[in-house]
Write a protein that binds this ligand. Structure first.
Ligand code: NAD
Length: 293
């Protein structure tokens, strides 16, 4: 009898030890999803940028980060966030200019021989395109600029990054539901986002055999510099909270955490996908309480 109790105690102790080992191991993995990954982030304009939420999450999960900023003017906003993320690798890059892209990659790869990921968090359309009736306000120049900066630049950066990307690398861009459904004032940006999503799929197909994954996050509306260019954006935020199943908008941190996952090896089977981080807004045609008396 005493032998039996001793045997059970031994088994119990082993189980406890195994159980806590598993928890600690998982905790370690969960803490460091991007350990040993070098990732360059394009599009951090200030602390409200989606790219800032992405940088903070990626840094927390162990990534080594570099940042590319559009012009000198934005450097003072970027610097404190880069410091917070332990990065002093800051490179100027205007994605509308091929020479600027070439120079930026020369500068980046003089510090990093190779790297593991690139975040494209860039979008732009001239202000006059983002206010008023689509058919009346859209013009050739606005169409060209919106598609060049908001979609083609993702291809351009992928092309420039390709020779330096390690096995199991990941590229990520940011899109919006305006690619699939109409909404007031988003206008030509909706068309540019549709192009960007197709771009994501074509890049995924084109780079898959090199073991490079390409994905997009479709984020819900968040008050940022770019978003404030869309007329009546504040009203969009209210509409969003009313219709989204979670009854709210999302934060840049929530988008950042999804970005971290998609750029990590935990997402190794996912490519060419548009992942919604929008509190469920895109699946809801009408809020549940809409027909209540
Ligand atoms: N805020 C939202 O509601 C929302 C929702 C879904 C998707 N997005 C997308 O997220 C991305 C990031 O936008 P954000 O909302 O964080 O705004 P943001 O203004 O903080 O970021 C936009 C960035 O694009 C950069 N950019 C514009 N033209 C450029 C150029 N020629 N060269 C280099 N960089 C250039 C700006 O410098 C800025 O850093 C955009 O693609 C945007 O369309 C935003």
């Amino acid at each position: 009898m005493l032998d039996e109790v001793a045997e059970h105690t031994k088994i119990f102790n082993y189980s406890i030890r195994y159980f806590s080992f598993t928890i600690n191991t998982n905790r370690e993995i969960i803490k460091m999803l991007l350990k040993n990954k070098k990732i360059v982030i394009f599009g951090l304009a200030n602390k409200y940028s989606i790219a800032a939420g992405i940088a903070k999450s990626m840094h927390k999960q162990g990534a080594e980060l570099a940042f590319a900023y559009q012009n000198e003017r934005l450097l003072k906003n970027l610097k404190p966030i880069a410091d917070e993320c332990g990065s002093d690798l800051l490179i100027e890059c205007d994605v509308s200019d091929d020479n600027s892209i070439e120079k930026a990659f020369k500068s980046l790869t003089s510090k990093w021989k190779t790297f593991d990921g690139l975040v494209h968090s860039i979008g732009f359309a001239p202000a006059d395109q983002l206010e008023g009736n689509f058919v009346d306000v859209t013009n050739r120049e606005g169409f060209k600029i919106a598609h060049d900066i908001s979609s083609y630049s993702f291809t351009a950066l992928a092309k420039a990054a390709k020779p330096y990307l390690n096995d199991n690398s990941a590229l990520l861009t940011l899109t919006y539901l305006g690619s699939l459904q109409t909404m007031p004032n988003y206008n030509v940006m909706g068309l540019a986002k549709a192009s960007l999503e197709a771009n994501t799929r074509f890049l995924a197909a084109s780079m898959g055999r090199d073991n490079i994954r390409v994905n997009a996050i479709s984020a819900g509306p968040i008050k940022t510099l770019a978003a404030s260019g869309v007329k009546n954006f504040r009203k969009m935020l209210i509409q969003h909270s009313n219709r989204a199943p979670l009854g709210r908008t999302v934060t840049t941190e929530e988008v950042g955490n999804a970005a971290t996952f998609l750029c990590s090896d935990y997402a190794s089977g996912i490519t060419g996908e548009i992942t919604y981080v929008d509190a469920g807004f895109n699946i809801s045609a009408m809020p549940l309480h809409e027909l209540d008396e």
